[in-house]
Design a protein around this ligand. Structure first.
Ligand code: ADP
Length: 261
């Protein structure tokens, strides 16, 4: 338990540091982008510096995208939570996720009926799924299956997961599993840290999962990884069930068993 607590503190410290750097860095980038745009105004495609300026602009844009991911990790990004049914969100993303998975990987979905709603920012949740599916695909270079499932996890079952951070309560579980390479424990322990990557330079930034972690935390949820080398990996996301205010009001009026119809 102590170890888990120390780890949570370490993650928070990294998050604060990363957020602070990202914030200052963003100001620098704004100046670079504005200056390069200004210089490009006086340039034509054939001019000697045109390609170099374009390269600076593209690199600044890429840096800006990294900064956005870092800000998401440190929870400094504004979010607009709405009531969402995650089964619908996953279903709507099916084509996109299939494209990300590529031709060698099969994408399967299992959805429980009548999923509880959650409060989340749909754009952020889409980033989470996109990242998990990208990583799963990268872990299966020779093909395999990615399974995305959604279901409700009620009071007694939630505790049975036995995760330290997990509180009692009702959650919606989104699970993304693959049968790829898996990871040894010393890798699995560090994957949510910003800039931690095992991929070659240019292929991975190590920011994907740190962003995922930040978004899930910001939404009041939890994320866990379960991985076995040679067998595969499973990411479990728990988001708290959202009970709309009207439903609560009806429930109190009609007594504990009253359900709005
Ligand atoms: P990146 O993908 O840029 O490396 P991430 O933060 O998304 O950054 O992932 C960090 C690391 O976690 C990866 O480099 C990889 O080693 C490991 N990882 C993430 N997802 C999986 C997975 N599904 N299977 C195996 N390893 C994974």
């Amino acid at each position: 338990l102590e170890e888990q607590f120390a780890k949570a503190q370490r993650m928070q410290a990294i998050g604060n540091l990363a957020g602070g750097i990202a914030h200052d860095f963003n100001n620098v980038l704004t100046i670079i982008t504005a200056s390069v745009d200004f210089l490009l105004l006086n340039q034509r495609a054939g001019d000697p510096s045109f390609q170099d300026l374009l390269l600076i602009k593209q690199s600044a844009n890429r840096a800006a995208s990294l900064v956005r991911q870092l800000l998401a990790y440190s929870r400094r990004q504004t979010m607009r939570p709405k009531m969402l049914n995650l089964t619908d969100v996953v279903a709507d993303m099916h084509l996109l996720l299939k494209r990300i998975s590529g031709d060698l990987v099969k994408l399967e979905r299992h959805h429980a009926r009548d999923l509880w709603p959650v409060m989340a920012d749909i754009g952020q949740f889409e980033q989470v799924l996109t990242n998990l599916v990208q990583n799963a695909r990268d872990a299966m270079p020779d093909g395999g299956t990615i399974t995305i499932s959604t279901r409700n996890v009620g009071e007694p079952e939630a505790k049975s997961f036995g995760y330290v951070e997990m509180q009692e309560g009702e959650f919606v579980l989104v699970e993304v599993s693959d049968n790829g390479t898996g990871m040894p424990p010393e890798v699995a322990e560090r994957i949510f840290e910003p800039f931690f990557t095992t991929k070659e330079i240019g292929k991975g930034t190590g920011l994907g999962l740190s962003m995922v972690y930040g978004i899930i935390k910001q939404s009041g949820g939890f994320i866990y990884v379960d991985s076995t080398p040679g067998k595969g990996t499973s990411f479990r996301i728990f988001l708290p069930r959202h009970v709309p205010a009207e439903a609560l009001a009806t429930k109190t009026e009609a007594g504990p068993s009253g359900i709005a119809s």
